[in-house]
Design a protein around this ligand. Structure first.
Ligand SMILES: [Ca+2]
Ligand SMILES: [Ca+2]
Ligand SMILES: [Ca+2]
Length: 460
């Protein structure tokens, strides 16, 4: 082999490496037949109300049993201790069961027409960080607001939500209206510090998360470009969060700011903070050190095996199949979605890592439409509250798979972290910051092109 030839092989492989290392994603890589199968082998052709609740294919009988136990536990209503079953609710809490927020394994919503807060919660902190670089809890209130309490105790505070109106116009002159939420805390049980920061969150859907957990850290970080080295205006940064069980920092994947490293920790945190149910990962009552604390020196309220079963249930929920993939308007919408750079963050395709110990989620080609990275989404969406490495402007790109079934399965179309968007169009029009130019391109599409983008999203 001539030296020149050898050199060109090296040069070609080097440039391939460079191309690989860059965060640009080549949409042409996606074939249409593959795309019906959003969850790879864990895809289910069900467009009805049960569309988000399918057990993985290929589980062993023991795993199927664990999933079913987890499924039941997810639906269980907890009650005040002592009780023979599902004991330990509160003393302060947000809701009584997982499913009351993650309705049909789908998403929650902000209160509508004077409803009480139910499937939405507020995280709280004051400036500074905790010993692991996470949010600094508010004295007397902790890291999350629990507005409800069991009999004889008082909730921490209520939240009053009002909306102001923002008028805008598309490039073609058609007007649109957005609503911006304003949150005020009322009736605090004790005085709140003046520098308290609030982060509103609606419950996101919980299907397909086992597949997202199975994407390797390497495959996520390869799309990160924190200082925007390629100059396309889009950075993308990984969150680094404390993993309680391994006592180390891990890539954050779950939650609207990627504040949780694993499904078991996310689920354990939900039991503890959202329901007041202590467990081996978070054994301290959320009300510890507060007057609402029940002073009961009780054991962990949830058995270790139930926590494992619920986490396994979260790991083994399949993904609904695409619909209408071959309809011309949907194909045109997909072309536009790529052209106006929605796909720079909503990355269509990933391949999960090989995992001999968990074959049902190993090596799957999946289409979640997320990079699982944090992006500055501009001042309009900012909560101005940091969470580990996520700053007050940053949010994790949410997966878009299954989003077109939201109306059918959840009966509403409130989108974004705080449910302010009343449909998908509003969700897009709120994009700012790194997504500003993509949003502007959408705003300047013709009415029929915008419709095609929506048809494409509806097909996911
Ligand atoms: Ca409790
Ligand atoms: Ca609290
Ligand atoms: Ca970039």
């Amino acid at each position: 082999m001539s030296i020149k030839f050898k050199f060109s092989i090296v040069a070609i492989s080097l440039s391939l490496l460079v191309l690989n290392a860059c965060r640009k994603y080549d949409p042409a890589y996606v074939s249409e037949t593959e795309e019906w199968f959003s969850g790879g082998a864990q895809t289910f052709f069900d467009e009805t109300i049960t569309g988000f609740d399918h057990i993985f294919n290929g589980l062993s009988p023991a795993e199927e049993l664990a999933h079913e136990i987890g499924d039941k536990a997810f639906d269980q209503t907890f009650v005040t201790a002592p009780a023979p079953l599902n004991s330990g609710l509160g003393p302060i809490y947000n809701n009584v069961s997982c499913v009351s927020c993650h309705v049909n394994d789908g998403r929650g919503k902000p209160p509508v027409n004077g409803e009480a807060l139910s499937s939405m919660l507020f995280r709280l902190s004051i400036p500074g960080v905790n010993p692991h670089g996470g949010p600094n809890p508010v004295p007397g209130f902790g890291g999350q607001l629990q507005p409800r309490a069991i009999a004889g105790k008082s909730g921490e505070a209520d939240v009053v939500i009002s909306y102001s109106t923002i008028n805008g116009t598309y490039g073609d002159g058609t007007p649109y209206v957005l609503r911006q939420p304003v949150y005020t805390l009322s009736n605090p049980y004790t005085s709140l510090p003046s520098d308290v920061m609030l982060s509103p969150r609606v419950a996101p859907p919980v299907f397909g998360l086992g597949l997202l957990e199975a994407i390797s850290e390497y495959d996520i970080i390869k799309y990160a470009d924190p200082s925007d080295a390629d100059g396309d205006g889009i950075s993308g940064k990984a969150n680094r969060v404390w993993d309680v069980m391994s006592r180390s920092f891990k890539l954050g994947r779950f939650g609207w700011k990627a504040g949780q490293p694993s499904l078991i920790q996310q689920s354990a945190g939900a039991y503890n903070e959202d329901m007041g149910v202590t467990n081996f990962i978070f054994p301290m009552e959320s009300s510890f050190d507060q007057p609402q604390y029940d002073q009961l020196n009780d054991d962990v309220e949830l058995s270790d095996s139930l926590l494992h079963a619920v986490a396994f249930y979260m790991q083994t929920l399949g993904v609904p199949a695409r619909r209408d993939v071959d309809v011309p308007e949907v194909k045109e919408g997909k072309r536009l979605f790529n052209q106006i750079q929605c796909a720079s963050c909503h990355i269509a395709r990933h391949v999960t890592a090989s995992d001999m110990a968990f074959p049902s989620r190993s090596n799957q080609k999946i289409f979640p439409y997320t990079d699982l990275l944090l992006h500055d989404m501009g001042p309009g969406l900012a909560d101005n509250r940091p969470e580990a490495d996520a700053n007050g402007y940053e949010w994790r790109t949410p997966a878009l798979w299954g989003i077109g079934l939201t109306r059918k399965i959840n009966g509403h179309e409130y989108f974004l972290h705080d449910g302010r968007a009343r449909n998908m169009t509003e969700a897009i029009l709120w994009h700012g910051g790194e997504a500003e130019s993509s949003k502007e391109k959408f705003r300047n599409l013709s009415a029929s092109e915008r419709q095609a983008v929506l048809k494409f999203l509806e097909s996911l």
